[in-house]
Design a protein around this ligand. Structure first.
Ligand SMILES: Cc1cc2nc3c(=O)[nH]c(=O)nc-3n(C[C@H](O)[C@H](O)[C@H](O)COP(=O)(O)O)c2cc1C
Length: 220
């Protein structure tokens, strides 16, 4: 697939078929993804690919914590507020997604179901976790962002879909326990990955973008 086409075509997939992604395909994606640039070629990223029953186990534990209102404690602080402009865009995603799913404003049960679903990785058969050493700073998080986009674009090559999920690292102690990840690492992000269920309305939602004209200043 052309790079330009892949960049435009990638979007978050929030409903997956149960079919697992083979180790062979996941390995090929990872082999290429790690060619991302990083500060001074420090390559700060470390990965754990989760499959099978462990994905289900993590999903159960995450959704149960959410269901029981257990306060989250992500390693990388999550923003609670945004400036008005970004808050507007952020709210648009929620509104748009719920509209596509025909979930009304007052329908607390259905909204709750959505969040439980999110903590279960939207039914993805695999999750790729990315973490970095706690000694590393904000530029290493930027480096992780680049490798994340590589993974999401490469996935398209194999007919796969992805959803980058901050939700997947909201309770990092669960991950450290079950995935045997040391305390010395900061869990940065999880990527749900699998074959998209195109019949599910979740996957009909498309976010939009500000035009480049509104964002780019030209100086000569
Ligand atoms: C750092 C990061 C964290 C995200 N966390 C979540 C998440 O927890 N749940 C979710 O449904 N989507 C999550 N997303 C997906 C964004 O909502 C999505 O990328 C954005 O709305 C743009 O839509 P698109 O990916 O379809 O282009 C995350 C994306 C990024 C980059």
């Amino acid at each position: 697939m052309e790079l330009k086409e892949a960049i435009r075509k990638r979007h978050s997939i929030r409903a997956f078929k149960p079919d697992p992604v083979s180790k062979e395909v996941l390995s090929k994606i990872m082999d290429d993804a790690i060619w991302a640039p990083s500060w001074g070629n420090t390559q700060p990223w470390e990965f754990t690919v989760v499959e099978g029953d462990m994905v289900k186990k993590l999903g159960e534990e995450f959704s149960s914590k959410y269901h029981n209102n257990v306060p989250d404690n992500p390693d990388i602080e999550m923003p609670e507020n945004w400036p008005d402009l970004q808050m507007g865009r952020y709210k648009d995603v929620g509104r748009g997604l719920f509209k596509t799913l025909s979930i009304g404003r007052e329908d607390k049960d259905k909204r709750n179901e959505h969040y439980v679903n999110m903590f279960r990785f939207f039914g993805a058969p695999n999750v790729i976790y990315i973490y970095i050493d706690k000694e590393l700073g904000i530029y290493s998080v930027l480096d992780v962002g680049i490798v994340v986009q590589n993974i999401c674009l490469l996935a398209l090559n194999y007919g796969l879909g992805t959803c980058i999920e901050a939700a997947a690292v909201r309770y990092p102690d669960i991950l450290r326990e079950h995935l045997n990840i040391p305390e010395s690492k900061n869990m940065v992000i999880g990527i749900a990955i699998g074959y998209p269920d195109w019949d599910n309305p979740y996957n009909q939602y498309r976010s939009n973008r500000e035009s480049a004209d509104a964002l780019v200043k030209w100086v000569d």
